[in-house]
Each structure stands twice: as structure tokens, then as C-alpha cells.
Design a protein around this ligand. Sequence first.
Ligand SMILES: O=C(O)CCC(=O)C(=O)O
Ligand SMILES: [Fe+2]
Length: 319
Amino acid sequence: MTVPPTPASLVTIPASEGLEKIAEVIARDGGVIVKDFLCPDLLKEVMDGLEPHFKTRTTWKSKATHGELGNDFFPEGSIRLYALMSKIPEQLTKVLRLPLWNGIMSRFLDDEYYSYTGENFLSQKSGHMIGSTAALRLVPGAQRQPLHRDQLAYLTRYDPERPLTTPMLGCLIAGTKCTKKNGATLVIPGSHLWGPDRSPKLEECTYAEMEPGSALFTLGSTYHGAGENKCDQSDPDALRTLIAVFGQRDYLRPDQDEVLTTPLEIAQSLPDDILKLMGYYKAVGGVGYVEDHQHPIELMRAETGVFGKLGSGVNGKTA
Ligand SMILES: O=C(O)CCC(=O)C(=O)O
Ligand SMILES: [Fe+2]
């Protein structure tokens, strides 16, 4: 009989231990749980702000608009709220200003760079920005999510020469208790050092069980995924809610923002192949989405009715 491997464990560190220790563990294990990352008052403000929005949502239909990440990537039976700046701007502003959130993002995403412009030596340090924000609720019956590396959306290959280089960092804040039973995130510590040909196995996972206010930080290369919610409706911890505040390298975007700089009247008259070059469609891995992982053009069409249909698209067809 083969004995299943014992999963490596995920370390929990109180926020008060400070950035250095936290960053050290993330670099070593690919992730860490930071206890008391949000104080109870701010956590309450965030959750109170989210609740009315959750009420407007139904459970996720997994095959909706995100085939790029494979079928059933987002768990059927989860309730997902995206673009939190449009929903809880004041509360999210407070989270984004937390020195620890910024410190962790900065440590793994900010880059030092230099170059010559003529004889001039130009030294620069890049920063980080929001990659995406979401509130992820699992209700009883929600299915497990496939194990994945978040950086898959950016089509980033693992580079053994620079194992800690990732385009983005995950930050999942526990809005509720997260338990093995209600769907705590499954994580494979150490998997940030795996090459691209090793597939993640369930037996290698540990559960990121957390108290409200704790946060799970993961490198973009660390395998993880939402657990299954096996609770009864009557369970006091039946709902599992995480607030995702993901960061990414701030230079990962077009040099010139065509979508913002082109007036709507002009953009509306352009064919789809040109709109694609301008950024009105997601990239192949899914980055550049709006709302529930839709292409930006879908949002524009819903608002204007005509977007992308007036011009002649690729091969004379419109999308
Ligand atoms: O809901 C979770 O526990 C994890 C979610 C996640 O990994 C994702 O959506 O990328
Ligand atoms: Fe993920």
C-alpha cells in the first residue's frame, strides 16, 4: 500500500510580527497566513458594505464567460462579486493603504531597473497596482475549484533562474471563519518552486483555515484553489467569504491606454479587429476583463447596443 504524502504545512504569523518575517515565509513556502491582518472594525465595515451587493447576486454559472481558464474554473455554487472599488470604495481604500498590504506587494512585485538614455544613466524602481478585487462566497454545496497558479492568467512561465519572480500576488482576506468544512482554500506550500510539467495533486494540499480578519498571501506561482463547501444550511459557519485584493506589477499594461483616450463616438465606429488591438477584448489568458470576466466590449455593447458592430471586423465578420 502506498502511503499518501503528508502535505507541507502553511505557517500562520500574527501581523504584528512584521513584514520581514512574513516576506521570508512567503519566499520559502510560496504563501503564508497573516493573522489579524484586518482589525475587527475595518473587517465589519467591509462586510457590511458587501452584504447588500451579495443579495443582488445569484450563484455562479461556471461556463458563463471565462472559457480561457478551462471549464468549471470558477466553482459552481459560489457567489462572486467583482470590481470592489465600484462597490465599497471607502472600505477598499483603507485596505489598499495598509502598510502591510503595500509592504508585501512591494517586496515581491516592485522591480529595480536601469538603462541608458544616451550617456544618461537612468535608474528606476517600478511599483505595484491592483490586479483584481473580488468577494468570493461559498454557499453549502459549492464545488471545489481546480488547483491552479493565479499567474496562469498572465501566461507566465516558471523560470528556475528567477523562482520568486511572479507578475502578481494573491491576497485573500477571511471575511468569515474559513474551515475545512466550509471550503477553506486548498494550498500546496512549496509548489511555487515546481517546474511547469508537474501537476498538483489533492493529497499534497493543506487547508488555509482562518479566523475572520486573517489573510492568505500566495505568490502567483503557488498552487491553490477554493475548497468544497460541505456544510448544512443550518451550520453557523455555512457561508465562507473571502475578500480578494490581488496586486500585480504596475508596468503590465499598454504603453498608451487606447480605451480611455479614444472618444466613445470614434470607438463605436471601429471594426472588431481594431477594437481588439485597442484592448476591448481580454487577452488569451483572461487578463483585461470587466465585470464577471467579460470582454470590455461586451460591457460597452450592453450599454450602447451597437459597439463593435458598425465596422467590418476580421474577415468581414463582426463578433
Ligand atoms: O475562493 C478561494 O478559496 C480561492 C479563489 C481563487 O483561487 C481564485 O479565484 O483564483
Ligand atoms: Fe486562485
